[in-house]
Design a protein around this ligand. Sequence first.
Ligand SMILES: Cc1cc2nc3c(=O)[nH]c(=O)nc-3n(C[C@H](O)[C@H](O)[C@H](O)COP(=O)(O)OP(=O)(O)OC[C@H]3O[C@@H](n4cnc5c(N)ncnc54)[C@H](O)[C@@H]3O)c2cc1C
Length: 349
Amino acid sequence: MAMRYWRAAEPKRSYDVVVVGGGGHGLATAYYLARNHDLTDVCVVEKGWLGGGNTARNTTIIRSNYLWDESAAIYEHSLKLWERLEEDLGLDLRFSQRGVLNLAHDLGEMRSSLRRVNANALNGVDAEWLTPAEVAAFCPVVNVSPDVRYPVLGATLQRRGGIARHDRVAWGFASVADRLGVDIVEHCEVTGFVRSPAGRVTGVETTRGTITANKVAVVAAGHTSVLAAMVGLRLPLQSHPLQALVSVLLTPVLDCVVMSNAVHVYVSQADKGELVMGAGIDGHNSYTQRGAFHLIEEQLAAALELFPVFAHAKLLRTWGGAVRPRPVHHWSVDRRARRGGGGALTAAR
Ligand SMILES: Cc1cc2nc3c(=O)[nH]c(=O)nc-3n(C[C@H](O)[C@H](O)[C@H](O)COP(=O)(O)OP(=O)(O)OC[C@H]3O[C@@H](n4cnc5c(N)ncnc54)[C@H](O)[C@@H]3O)c2cc1C
């Protein structure tokens, strides 16, 4: 008989906490409420299937080598949680700390990369700077020839960075939360909120009926702003399509993660053998789960310069998700990044 990771729970009419969104963050919220805070009268409602939002659409890169002091601690804490998550959940997540390279292709990027390495060091986050020769030694399939459109001038390396299998992460949180008593309800869309006469949110209206709750946590990624609008809150968030793709299965050629902001390519090789690549974001706001074809076309052209060996790889499938609900005041920075200025993508993600 097939093993079930979690029960297909029928929603009760009332809970202590309702979590809206069955992605990695919503499921982790439910898991930590149950495990760390003994709050098990919790329900996760997901409009589609678990992980079907962005959690199982991403390129699975895990790292904590971000620039800003204000966010360094939370990323590093998060990486430390990853380092013991397989043990905590009792599940093989294919977590692999194979090292993340961030390539620098011009002097501006070199300076900002070195600044990031130094900022990371000051915040106790592991980070190194590699010369082009060291990049070639660490990752022989990167073309470090100076005669390409985006020559590699060096790279930062976070050795503790890596990848994990994203859908197993969702399943792992779900299965342990379920065992601790959390109800996980898929195909249940929140369509509105129940409010007291004073305006306090006291539950959710869903496609499977009304559920009341002492607390409602909205963990719906880009759709958080859509949900907040249902209670008259306008959140300063924007969502853009971001697409990714995988190649057919190949023998192992790449045993680290390579990211290039200028080229807008980030790539790793999954344990099954597919090359997993992320592209740049579409410029417009949208919640579609697909991106524009020309972005992938440009990205692959640039990727082939960086990785000539990939010329033999055939594309298997592409998909999209929404990224970076972000404060609107970052918009001008993003626009510069889209014009090739770099920086904002890495800094924001
Ligand atoms: C192509 C791509 C590549 C990426 N690559 C990386 C990467 O390499 N590394 C990295 O760290 N991050 C990456 N990201 C970002 C990462 O995927 C997200 O930050 C992460 O998945 C967000 O998790 P979440 O649980 O907040 O959101 P989601 O996984 O999107 O979960 C939110 C859930 O809410 C549900 N929902 C929405 N509205 C409702 C409603 N009304 N009622 C009920 N449920 C609702 C959705 O169906 C969804 O399942 C990438 C994203 C994309 C799209």
